[in-house]
Ligand binder design. Structure first.
Ligand code: SAH
Ligand code: SF4
Ligand code: F3S
Length: 454
């Protein structure tokens, strides 16, 4: 006798926060007895974890959803879920647009998936978008990797950048306690994970909402304190954190990163624009001079540190000269990587209704010019690796060449070398770099470090 197990499928759009939420929701579904299906068409429960940061991200969701909504007419017991930021942004309006949906749930409700699904199985159409205090999840996430893992440390965002939907969809900042974070990392260490990336929209704002101040009047729980607190977790060999906001990036934090050997020399600190007037209208709360000072300080402490960032071109009213200030900043800093985007007006944000919007032509022209510069500079930055020996944490096989494995340097450069994934997965390998490209490297293994977990 065979009882066919019920299957689920999740497609994730957007940032690492969504990826981490998806892993937790997958954990919940597996706890409920569902099995993963790579193919959405074979699944009984389909969950789209969505992103609304730019219009094209949102439109992609509707096209995926349209296809599955059609399928539901032939297979009425199919359960369709929209989670994440589009769900939060649209709420009930999503049900009017796609009446086939069973569940619309905002990101703050990710850990409540089991409860919400129960209501659906009881015959209800459910919308969960009210702001709540995020409850600690007792389910084990189903993590995509066995080597590297994400650990949320702060949810939400208290900034009000004038272009950005995140505060509307992710709610106010909620920091997890240092104890809960450490406990999760210890469990990861026991399971053999070697690298942890601490996650938050503005991770360096961590702890502002937790009780306690020091005698000098600063918050007792900061990202810096957290790094010291979790640094000796056994088994975890590397610690990263993202995303950092220039407003909260302190010298104390930089010193901690230099001092703590497990913290990797890679910093993702979006600057958005290289022009002070634009920064002001974006309500970013810093100047390009301050941004440059932060990078200089990082490089004083860690000369080889890799710097990456996000930038927006074509913000309302941005002049050619102001755009050139962004180019200038990019050139002066020499980023290892830069995520670039053309400004996209988002519903419910102040800048969307300003009357000085730029044309799509201007925006895409600027985006192309910036991307071209970024590729040139990243290629130059890559040159410094030529002939050097770098420590690479092996994550996977190279999907394009099965004789190779791939991993990342401490500075987050993707690196390929010849080797057997079964032997090398999760190992720290010294690799001599023999080939450099703008965003990746190739080399030969020199030595495999045996990590003894204590
Ligand atoms: N909290 C982070 C970034 C979060 S959103 C920070 O403050 O830096 C990720 C990136 O999306 C942003 O850094 C920004 O570059 C981009 N972005 C956000 N809103 C956008 C919009 N309306 N149009 C284009 N890009 C946008
Ligand atoms: Fe958006 Fe600004 Fe918050 Fe970043 S800091 S998530 S850009 S509002
Ligand atoms: Fe997108 Fe939501 Fe992340 S809007 S970028 S998935 S916080």
């Amino acid at each position: 006798m065979t009882t066919s197990r019920r299957h689920y499928h999740i497609t994730t759009f957007g940032c690492q926060m969504n990826k981490a939420d998806s892993e937790r929701m997958a954990g919940i579904l597996e706890d409920m007895g569902f099995e993963w299906s790579e193919d959405p068409n074979q699944a009984d429960v389909i969950l789209y974890n969505t992103c609304t940061i730019r219009d094209n991200a949102e439109q992609k969701v509707y096209s995926y959803l349209g296809r599955q909504a059609k399928r539901k007419h032939e297979q009425p017991d199919l359960t369709l879920i929209v989670a994440g930021c589009v769900a939060q942004q649209e709420g009930e309006a999503l049900l009017r647009r796609v009446p086939e949906l069973d569940l619309v749930m905002g990101p703050q409700h990710a850990n409540r998936l089991q409860d919400l699904l129960q209501q659906v199985f009881d015959g209800n159409q459910v919308v969960a978008t009210e702001p709540i205090h995020i409850i600690e999840d007792i389910t084990k996430p189903r993590r995509d990797s066995k080597v590297t893992a994400w650990v949320n440390v702060i949810y939400g965002c208290n900034e009000r950048c004038t272009y950005c939907v995140v505060p509307n969809v992710r709610g106010v900042e909620q920091s997890r306690t240092p104890e809960a974070i450490r406990a999760e990392m210890e469990e990861l260490g026991r399971q053999g994970y070697k690298e942890v990336t601490l996650l938050g929209q503005n991770i360096d704002a961590y702890g502002r909402d937790l009780p306690g101040v020091t005698p000098e009047g600063r918050h007792q729980h900061t990202l810096t304190d957290l790094l010291y607190y979790v640094h000796d977790v056994p088994g975890v060999e590397r610690i990263r954190f993202a995303t950092s906001h220039p407003r909260y990036f302190t010298e104390r934090l930089i010193r901690a990163c230099a001092e703590l050997p497990k913290v990797c020399e890679h910093f993702h600190i979006p600057f958005q624009s290289g022009d002070n007037e634009v920064l002001k209208r974006m309500a970013r709360g810093y100047t390009h001079e301050k941004y440059r000072r932060i990078i200089n300080t990082i490089r004083e402490y860690m000369p080889d540190a890799a710097i990456s960032a996000d930038a927006i071109v074509g913000f309302p009213g941005e002049t050619e000269e102001q755009f050139e200030n962004t180019l200038k900043l990019v050139e002066d800093i020499g980023f290892d990587q830069l995520n670039t985007a053309a400004y996209s007006p988002r519903p419910g944000t102040p800048a969307a209704v300003w009357d000085n919007q730029l044309s799509e032509e201007v925006k895409s022209d600027r985006l192309q010019r910036l991307n071209h510069l970024v590729a040139t500079i990243a290629a130059e930055r890559s040159q410094r690796y030529m002939g050097r020996t770098e420590e690479v944490l092996v994550e996977d096989q190279n999907p394009k060449d099965k004789t190779q494995v791939m991993g990342r340097t401490r500075t987050n450069r993707l690196t390929f070398f010849t080797g057997d994934i079964n032997e090398l997965k999760g190992k720290l390998v010294k690799v001599r770099i023999s080939e450099v490209r703008a965003f990746s490297l190739t080399g030969e293994p020199v030595e495999v470090r045996e990590v003894v977990s204590v």
